[in-house]
Design a binder for this molecule. Structure first.
Ligand code: NOJ
Length: 759
């Protein structure tokens, strides 16, 4: 075996040497490291079946996110692996397992091409950061990048070299369970976060054994599924596509993301997997993207259910023609492509192009130099769960918390002499805070709020569960035989609340209530939690409500009655420590919402960058004919960008200066008007007042996170160029139209200062 392996390395060295020679002949297309040449030379040695093998990705031999393969399939996978008909595997993890499959690919196949090992490292591997929506609330690009960096390091130590992240789908619909996995509703913030996460995962050197390839997903439109129901139809116009949906993908591509994943949804009648407009025209055409596109799980075959492909063979043809390079778990390429090529239905050049893209990434990862570079069991032991990783996830967890409301300065809590009642199943839960997408994290490994608060031992802490946690209002509760209306433990909660100075209630969603296939039709507190909140409120009004959830919730009653509300999302492994530090003021909250919170689910989709309509305002008292609801305000409960601090900030002196014909400088003075240090996300929005395509009433175009000492004042400056002021027209061309603009600045999308200018 070993000799065979050395022999293969020699072949590869030979390829590398010849590529250097050809390089010296002056081929300017060749990258300095000769990767293009190595790819071409290797491709020339491959049979059609081996090429198609590179385009084939199999799940490990168990089920994770899709239908379970039958045992027959497992045998087929193993057979294919040995023949070199598998280019990648997903959900194989841990040094031992990865090494075992890699060994087959490298030592038992004819060409010994290493596998690329994919895994959903969505917010960490075994040690978890906050869910991505929570991290987005930090608006702290450095912390987000660091979180991706440590996630990559931990995953790489477990043999993984490719993550299916970041998910950069913009979504305006909190019913969609996968909002937990993205960066919220705004394309500008979403683009910045996409870049931070790609840079964090991939680092400066992809060939390092601490970095992994990233994947921008889901290309495209997945966050706009009708009714917020996962996998549902998407029908959006060109303006929304170009101005809202595409920008974070483009930012990820520009940041060098190595792969894209297409999506389950159809987009305007064409399933994304078979969508040549998305994959060929835009991604690989207009954007000249040279990475590869993996299908989503089984999405090639799903084109049959969509009514777009009549059988698996047609699906394979449609997908490869449209630019899907790798087939995740459809068995369509491996079963059908060779025949399609030999029958002349698919041009082999398409296969070559796909394979080159895949091999290129494998070379860049350094897998050909050392296929076992991610497989060191000592490193695995040292890195997984290390202090460095736990420190980084705690840091970003604190920064992800959003203080939604804080009346009478009930927060921060006093550190001694207090009787504190802690109520709610989630307060003691060590699993739900891990959130969805935690395949490698062990259950019960999160620090609970109870544990976090116990660190502050000079107060008396009394815990009561109040009610069971509901896992899915209907479907899951039934399956798990949970009585979702059980109130038998309310009385204990009410009794501890009665004797408390302050009540901390941790309510929200079960960790698996959001995520893939976890759409909801209502956005209330699930189960009997609302009733529990009201029961406790009836005996003690001094309540701090801490929310643990994977999506915006409609907590209108709580907003009206509860003095302090903390949005703590699902914060990962260090959750309880982060929450306790914020509650006790050891960390002054600085998060801002990346998604609007509705007053009622009926307002959804609700987002700050809406269009004005022809009837935006009430024309006269009691007038009916304007764009509104008759039973609820148009406004969100908490707007995009909202978040308080234990101090306050004032904004003044907004100035706009024309730097030259193409840009203006905007400056504003921001002052910490309280007596504790605090951080503020200074946000800048614009509005193009009249344009050839209607523009949103506000668009975020700049933000800066600043730290200010008590009473410190700072001038914050932004530059606005035609890039920020322009937009994509309906033919997808970026245009700048000169004229009148408005600038708004403040600490949320409901800004405090505004001024007009002309450019
Ligand atoms: C399906 C999901 O849509 C996708 O995001 C994920 O990466 C794959 N399953 C693999 O687990």
């Amino acid at each position: 075996m070993k000799t065979k392996y050395i022999y293969k390395i020699l072949i590869l060295l030979f390829i590398f040497n010849s590529s250097c020679k050809e390089n010296a002949k002056g081929n300017t297309e060749i990258k300095p490291d000769g990767i293009e040449q190595k790819v071409t030379s290797l491709l020339a040695k491959m049979t059609l079946e081996e090429k198609i093998g590179q385009m084939n990705q199999y799940n490990g031999f168990w089920d994770v996110t899709g239908p379970m393969p039958s045992s027959g399939d497992a045998a087929k996978k193993y057979e294919h692996l040995k023949k070199g008909y598998v280019g990648s595997m997903l959900n194989v993890r841990g040094v031992k397992e990865v090494k075992a499959v890699q060994k087959i690919a490298v030592e038992e196949t004819r060409l010994g091409i290493p596998l690329i090992i994919g895994f959903d490292v969505i917010h960490g591997y075994e040690t978890l950061s906050p869910i991505p929506l929570a991290e987005a609330s930090s608006w702290d690009l450095e912390a987000i990048k660091k979180s991706a960096e440590v996630a990559a390091k931990e995953a790489a130590a477990a043999g993984i070299n490719w993550t299916f992240a970041p998910m950069v789908d913009i979504s305006r619909d909190a019913r969609w369970g996968r909002v937990m996995e993205g960066a919220g509703e705004d394309p500008f913030l979403g683009s910045k976060i996409a870049v931070a996460r790609v840079e964090g995962f991939q680092g400066d050197d992809l060939s390092s054994s601490e970095t992994i390839a990233a994947c921008a997903k889901h290309w495209a439109g997945y966050g706009f599924s009708e009714s917020g129901r996962d996998y549902n139809t998407v029908d959006v116009g060109t303006s929304t596509l170009n101005n809202i949906i595409f920008p974070p993908f483009k930012a990820a591509a520009d940041a060098g993301v190595k792969t894209f994943m297409n999506s389950f949804n159809e987009l305007n009648g064409i399933p994304a997997t078979g969508n040549a407009f998305l994959q060929r025209d835009i991604l690989k055409g207009k954007w000249n993207y040279d990475g590869f596109v993996v299908s989503d799980w089984g999405s090639i075959n799903e084109m049959m259910a969509h009514g777009f492909a009549e059988d698996k063979k047609a699906a394979a043809k449609l997908a490869v023609t449209a630019g899907s390079d790798m087939d995740m778990e459809s068995y369509a390429y491996v079963d059908e492509l060779a025949n399609l090529v030999s029958e002349g239905q698919v041009d082999e050049a398409l296969i070559d192009d796909a394979v080159k893209r895949i091999l290129r990434v494998k070379f860049e990862l350094g897998l050909f130099d050392d296929p076992y570079k991610y497989c060191d069991s000592e490193t695995e032991k040292e890195v997984i769960g290390s202090k460095e990783i736990n420190d980084a996830v705690l840091d970003v967890a604190k920064k992800s918390i959003v203080l939604l409301k804080n009346e009478n300065q009930i927060l921060p809590l006093k550190k001694s002499g207090q009787n504190i009642a802690l109520i709610g199943a989630l307060a003691a839960d060590k699993t739900s805070p891990l959130g969805s997408w935690r395949i490698a994290a062990k259950d019960s490994t999160a620090i609970s709020v109870l544990e976090g608060m116990q660190q502050y031992s000079e107060n008396k802490l009394m815990y009561a569960k109040g009610a069971d946690l509901v896992y899915g209002e209907t479907t899951f509760a039934k399956e798990l035989n949970i009585n979702i209306s059980d109130k038998s433990e309310f009385s204990e909660a009410v009794s501890v609340a009665k004797s408390a100075d302050v009540v901390v209630m941790v309510l929200g969603e079960h960790g698996f209530q959001s995520g893939e296939a976890r759409s909801r039709t209502n956005l209330d507190l699930p189960g009997v939690q609302q009733e529990l909140l009201e029961a406790v409120f009836s005996v003690n009004k001094n309540i701090v409500l801490v929310l643990n959830n994977g999506r915006p919730l409609a907590i209108t009653w709580a907003d009206k009655h509860i003095p302090a509300i903390v949005e703590a999302w699902q914060l990962g492994t260090q959750s309880g420590h982060a929450i306790a530090q914020v509650l006790y003021g050891d960390y002054n909250p600085s998060g801002k919402l990346p998604m609007s919170f509705p007053r009622h689910v009926g307002q959804v989709p609700i987002y700050y960058n809406y269009k004005n309509t022809g009837r935006p305002v009430i024309p006269a008292p009691n007038e009916v004919f304007w764009s509104h609801y008759t039973d609820e305000s148009n406004k969100p409960l908490y707007p995009f960008g909202h978040g308080l601090s234990y101090t306050t900030f004032s904004y003044s002196n907004l100035q706009i200066e024309k730097v030259n014909e193409d840009e203006v400088e905007v400056s504003v003075d921001v002052k910490n008007t309280g007596d504790v240090q605090g951080k503020e996300v200074v946000q800048l929005y614009i509005r193009d007042l009249v344009a050839s395509i209607t523009r949103p009433v506000k668009e975020l175009k700049g933000f800066e996170l600043i730290a200010l000492n008590p009473y410190e004042k700072r001038t914050v400056k932004f530059i606005l160029t035609k890039n920020e002021l322009g937009f994509f027209d309906n033919s997808g061309v970026f245009v700048f139209e000169s004229g009148d603009f408005k600038v708004f600045v403040g600490g949320s999308s409901e800004t405090v200062l505004e001024q007009d200018f002309e450019l």
